[in-house]
Write a protein that binds this ligand. Structure first.
Ligand code: UT7
Length: 328
């Protein structure tokens, strides 16, 4: 019998109650509902309340994922929190999650790979599970990007939204589980999407705040074509590695970056539109939370069924990109 691999047995999401519509943004910056809808596909995004933190939403999502999986916090032996919007620079948000959840002390850390972070985390979890170093991994994609967005910058504030989702990753028997994955980082494009301030390059100071260095900066149109090409190529290689064809896919979940980007990737891969999941209209771009929020919506609505063949792909700041082929 083939060796055990890693699979997802529970998902959960936590989206803040408050919604920012395109009409709300029209009052803040020089933009229109028409521009945002046509260029991105986004109609609204969620925004965390002041009392909500990345870890507090993560704990909510984790409880829902654990409940679905039938596991308890005491079962967790590894926590990976993928985030570019942590509670604070130190310590890891994963530490707050472990404590607030009541999980035992375990290998818990944050992972910084932006929009590709959930897929990076899934491949890390897969390795620990395959080598029997972990049996119950809590993987979280968590972002409160509104704390890092400049609501005077129309090139970023219309795109990003807040949200968190978690997955419980455990050993499963073939044919279920991760069939193939491939991840990349190329720092050549590091400054096309970044937060320059608050680290050792530009420590927080009155000047750094005055210059807005603590806000997300993005040259979106420079990322656009690279994002499409990267997700297409890595997806084709990952499908080949898994030994499956595009036609066999039941569901394609691309990172919700921009509907024009995901539409182009879907067309190039030849996936029919009815097999592509999208929630960008309601949720916006939630970076590393984007794919797990989609997964959770699909599982809870019955869109994902046992044995379904799923392709997930992402591209984000770093630049980072990757794909995972998974049989549910
Ligand atoms: O999440 C993973 C990593 N991120 C991405 O993959 C993002 C990829 N990029 C994008 O999604 C798109 O590039 C954006 C949605 C960010 C921008 O769309 P675009 O079609 O690439 O627009 P652009 O940046 O080329 O700008 C076109 C025009 C410019 O005006 P001019 O120079 O033609 O007069 C911008 O100033 O649109 C203007 N513009 C806006 N106008 C109204 C930019 N943002 C806005 C806005 N409202 N919010």
């Amino acid at each position: 019998m083939a060796a055990r691999t890693a699979g997802i047995v529970g998902t959960g999401a936590a989206l803040p109650e408050k919604i920012i519509t395109n009409a709300d943004l029209e009052k803040m910056v020089d933009t229109t509902d028409q521009w945002i809808t046509e260029r991105t596909g986004i109609k609204q995004r969620h925004q965390a309340a002041p009392h909500e933190t990345t870890s507090s939403l993560s704990v909510q999502a984790a409880c829902r994922a654990l409940e679905m999986s039938g596991h308890k916090p005491k079962d967790i032996d590894m926590i990976i929190c993928s985030t570019i919007s942590p509670d604070m620079p130190l310590p890891a948000t994963a530490a707050f999650v472990q404590h607030q959840l009541g999980a035992p002390p375990c290998l818990a850390f944050d992972l910084v790979a932006a929009c590709s972070g959930f897929l990076f985390g899934l491949t890390v979890a897969e390795q620990f599970i395959k080598t029997e170093k972990a049996r119950c991994v809590l993987l979280i994609g968590a972002e409160i990007l509104s704390r890092y967005v400049d609501y005077k910058d129309r090139t970023t504030c219309v795109i990003f939204g807040d949200g968190v989702a978690a997955a419980v990753v455990v050993p499963v028997d073939p044919p279920s589980g991760i069939l193939a994955s491939e991840m990349h980082t190329n720092g050549e494009m590091a400054k096309q999407l970044y937060i320059p301030g608050g680290g050792t390059a530009h420590p927080a100071s009155h000047e750094s705040i005055d210059q807005g260095l603590h806000y997300i900066k993005m040259r979106g149109n420079e990322l656009f074509k690279v994002a499409i090409r990267s997700m297409e190529q890595v997806s084709l290689r990952t499908l080949k590695q898994a030994g499956v064809t595009t036609e066999e896919l039941d569901l394609f979940i691309p990172h919700q970056a921009n509907r024009r980007i995901t539409g182009a990737v879907q067309q190039r891969l030849g996936v029919p539109p009815e097999k592509v999941y999208s929630n960008i209209e309601r949720v916006g771009n939630t970076s590393s939370a984007s794919i797990p929020i989609c997964l959770d919506e699909c599982v809870r609505s019955g869109r994902i069924k046992k044995n379904d063949l799923i392709l997930m792909t992402a591209f984000g700041a770093g630049a980072t990109w990757g794909s995972v082929v998974l049989r549910w």
